[in-house]
Design a protein around this ligand. Structure first.
Ligand code: EPZ
Length: 429
């Protein structure tokens, strides 16, 4: 199993290309199930999760071909994918797949919309919390689907097709919004989603669906209206830049000091995180090509953060920000409001010498002058990358185990950081 070795202490200077957003790419790929035409997606990140989802969609009958060159790579292909689900050959998403990638549960809405039936395994819990799917189920039931739970599977049918309805979510859910939005594009009549997720990835999915012929208004706000249509057609769409990757590298620069331009980054996708970073003493400026992030010799100011749905501070940057705060000039308080168990990185950061106390949904971080390299491992993607950030500033050698978590969501991380002066390498076994 691959590991990442970092020898800390180098400042980061240079350029980092920002990839297409994983959390937009996944629902966009799933949207290909809604049509028998080809959906072409550009600016696709090359990630383990994308490959796994391609296999899952292949099981339903979708073919994926890949072309295009990616920024900074001469020989590597993978920037553009074409997905064609000419015929849906199987409406079951088995446990073996859904248990490995929660987002694959989102095939439920499109399969119901197009085939009027779907059998999708429950995803189960995961390392960051229980993560139920009640909102997905109640949303699709509101559109007229009959839904049963049997042997760990959601069995949904709508023999006469889905019917538009008012879906009012009691809690904001990105995935439930994606699922109901996709299903509603092929329902009869109007669907209104209230308390919809406002995340940019929802807007990106809606933009693509509109190119495919869907009638959608309000995506990006908390009320989305969808007028169902009879069929969707093919389209070409460019995946928006990854705001979590952007924030992660910005925090890495804040941690090590230095000056890096994040090429292709879009600041308005992560205003809350960038404002917080500025308060820590980092400068963040818009450039013609993206964002420039810099910190000179002055130390890191402690800042309190509290995660919330977009446009608030994202839960997917909480671990990275905590890594930064471990070396701040004082005490900060980090509150996690989205997932109940998203502090698995705390004990690993402590192995590097961080001083963090947990109190329910709060972590109280008292900055230290130095971190020291150690062997660490993490149980999820964002937790893993928080250890990379800490390792970049730690004295000596940090070895991060279970790199497959990183490969799920960060494209060529060791090259992107290495090109900016980090001493980082992948140890393959
Ligand atoms: C998406 O997960 C992202 N995943 C997550 O990123 C992200 O952390 C999360 O949104 C929040 O922003 C992808 O886009 C692939 P939710 P999702 O439904 O859709 C509760 C990463 O690292 N809830 O918005 O699964 C849930 O338990 C990943 O890239 C219900 O109670 O998250 C949580 O507390 C991790 N019932 C809250 O809502 C439901 O039916 C928000 O979850 C659904 C969710």
């Amino acid at each position: 199993m691959d590991r990442i070795r970092i020898r800390g202490g180098q400042r980061l200077n240079g350029e980092i290309p920002i990839s297409g957003a994983k959390n937009a790419a996944l629902p966009l790929m799933i949207a290909s199930l809604l049509t028998d035409d080809t959906l072409t997606l550009r600016n696709m990140p090359r990630l383990a999760d994308v490959n796994l989802l391609a296999r899952i969609l292949g099981n339903h009958g979708a073919d994926m071909t890949v072309d295009g060159k990616r920024h900074g790579c001469n020989n590597v292909q993978g920037d553009t994918v074409h997905l064609t689900a000419r015929t849906i050959v199987d409406t079951t998403a088995p446990y073996e797949f859904v248990s490995r990638m929660r987002a694959s549960f989102w095939v439920l809405g499109p399969l119901l919309g197009r085939c009027h039936e779907a059998r999708v395994s429950l995803p189960g819990g995961c390392a960051i919390g229980t993560r139920p799917v009640d909102l997905h189920i109640s949303g699709l039931a509101a559109l007229g689907a009959d839904i049963d739970l049997e042997d760990g599977y959601v069995i949904a049918t709508a023999p006469k097709g889905l019917i538009g309805a008012r879906v009012s979510f009691p809690k904001v859910s990105v995935g439930a919004t994606h699922n109901v939005l996709m299903a509603a594009t092929l329902a009869r009549g109007e669907t209104v989603i209230e308390n919809a997720a406002r995340e940019p990835e929802v807007r990106d999915l809606a933009d693509c669906l509109v190119k495919m012929g869907a009638k959608i208004e309000g995506a990006g706000t908390d009320t989305i209206s969808i007028q169902g249509v009879e069929r969707l057609h093919g389209a070409t769409h460019r995946v928006l830049p990854d705001r979590i990757e952007t924030g992660t590298y910005a925090m890495a620069v804040a941690m090590t000091g230095g000056d890096v331009e994040l090429i292709g980054a879009q600041g308005d996708l992560l205003d809350a995180a960038l404002d917080t970073l500025r308060q820590t003493g980092v400068t963040v400026d818009k450039t013609n090509r993206g964002l420039r992030v810099a910190r000179n010799g002055s130390g890191i100011e402690p800042v309190d953060v509290s995660t919330s749905p977009f446009p608030g501070f994202p839960t997917d940057l909480q671990a990275q920000f905590m890594a930064l705060m471990t070396m701040a000039k004082g005490r900060s308080e980090i509150t996690e409001n989205i997932f109940e168990n998203r502090f698995m990185h705390v004990q690993e950061l402590a192995r590097l010498g961080a001083n963090i106390q947990l109190d329910g949904d709060k972590a109280i971080v008292t900055g230290v002058d130095t971190l020291n390299g150690a062997q660490v491992m993490a149980t999820d993607l964002r937790a893993s990358v928080s250890l990379v950030i800490a390792g970049l500033a730690a004295e000596g050698e940090t070895v991060i185990n279970r790199v497959y978590h990183l490969d799920r969501g960060f494209e060529r991380i060791e090259r992107k950081l290495g090109d900016c002066g980090a001493d980082i390498s992948r140890l393959s076994e």
